[in-house]
Write a protein that binds this ligand. Structure first.
Ligand code: SF4
Length: 353
């Protein structure tokens, strides 16, 4: 029997399962299949247009280095490889969900604890399961471990439940035993089991997968800067340059340099050279020497010591190898482990597959 759910409950449920970057999404033209990126907020209207079959919605799963889901994209119609994946995942206490994709093949979704877990850990576990299921070449979304200044969005994957394809048995979750669609897709989504980050860590240790390559082990008890001199984010910003938020990035770098004991005149000269390697977007110019000097002065004149870890100018450069990151996330992991999924009991009629 189908549960009755109001439209808003369905939209909230859809967002809890299929959201990532909040200001951009992907779509395609159904007749031609041409894909494009839409730089607009991911609103309920976007979801409604998708669920009612007007405009398909594709989710950019990766935000920073976090994701709320990982997906294995099986591009052949043979269900054996995705079913082998589901079986192996279940042995590891991971519940995975099988979606018949829009034209050909299958998507296997693994939902992760809200508000998100470290993508590198989820991806490395997915890769291991795919290998054991004999499907090592299967693509994983998100395709990267984190966003950075060169890859600011990652790749989108089409969300399930596109209105016009649902009646054709496409973009719909199926029972792995019968390969028939679940009669109430919303009931399924309301009850998805989400994988916690400590679970992934346990699997990584138990299966001797080793640390994800992007998360090299750092010595326990190391201060955030003892190993590197500067925090990893500062090292990366300095070496790569930035494409956005130049002033804030400059200020944050100046704070890092001050904390590392660099005199202000050396910081000014270093950041002046750094500014020249920036590649500002939208036709903006690089910072002038005076603008750099202003930021350095602001950083040195007061007792600023924060790393700006949550600052949008810094976050894309964050590295989970940083001891401060581990310290912060150890506290978050504890908080999340006791938090229930935010949208666990909702109901519908939008596109009701
Ligand atoms: S946690 Fe990330 S942003 Fe914060 S200091 Fe470390 S590398 Fe930088």
């Amino acid at each position: 029997m189908k549960t009755t759910r109001c439209v808003q409950e369905k939209l909230d449920l859809f967002r809890a399962c299929f959201s990532g970057l909040p200001h951009i999404y992907g779509t395609y033209d159904p007749p031609s299949g041409d894909v494009r990126q839409v730089k607009r907020p991911v609103t309920d209207r976007v979801f409604l247009d998708h669920l009612q079959g007007r405009t398909p919605y594709g989710v950019y799963l990766l935000f920073g280095d976090q994701t709320r889901a990982v997906v294995a994209d099986f591009d052949a119609d043979d269900p054996s490889p995705p079913l082998a994946f589901l079986n192996r995942a279940r042995q590891l206490q991971i519940e995975a969900y099988l979606e018949k994709s829009k034209h050909k093949g299958w998507h296997v979704w693994v939902f992760l604890a809200l508000p998100g877990v470290t993508a590198a850990k989820a991806r490395v576990v997915m890769r291991r399961i795919l290998g054991e299921a004999g499907a090592v070449k299967t693509e994983i979304f998100p395709k990267q471990d984190r966003l950075n200044s060169r890859n600011r969005f990652g790749n989108f994957i089409n969300a399930p439940l596109y209105g016009t394809l649902v009646p054709q048995g496409r973009t719909i979750f199926v029972n792995p035993t019968t390969l028939k669609p679940y009669p109430d897709q919303w009931e399924l989504l309301a009850g998805v089991q989400r994988v916690l980050e400590p679970q992934l860590e346990q699997i990584i240790v138990q299966c001797e997968i080793g640390s994800p390559s992007s998360c090299p082990a750092v010595p326990v008890n190391a201060g955030p800067f003892r190993t590197f001199g500067l925090a990893p984010c500062a090292q990366r910003m300095l070496s790569e340059g930035v494409t956005a938020n130049q002033r804030v990035a400059c200020f944050r770098l100046a704070v890092h340099l001050k904390k590392a004991g660099v005199p202000s005149d050396i910081a000014r000269a270093s950041l002046g050279a750094w500014a020249m390697k920036n590649r500002p977007e939208d036709g903006k110019r690089v910072l002038t020497a005076n603008e750099v000097a202003e930021q350095v002065e602001a950083a040195y004149v007061k007792d600023y010591r924060g790393c700006g870890c949550e600052d949008p100018a810094v976050r894309p450069f964050c590295d989970c190898a940083c001891a401060l990151y581990r310290h912060n996330n150890a506290e978050d992991a504890h908080a999340h482990s006791v938090a229930a999924p935010a949208h666990a009991s909702l109901a519908t009629d939008v596109a009701s597959p």
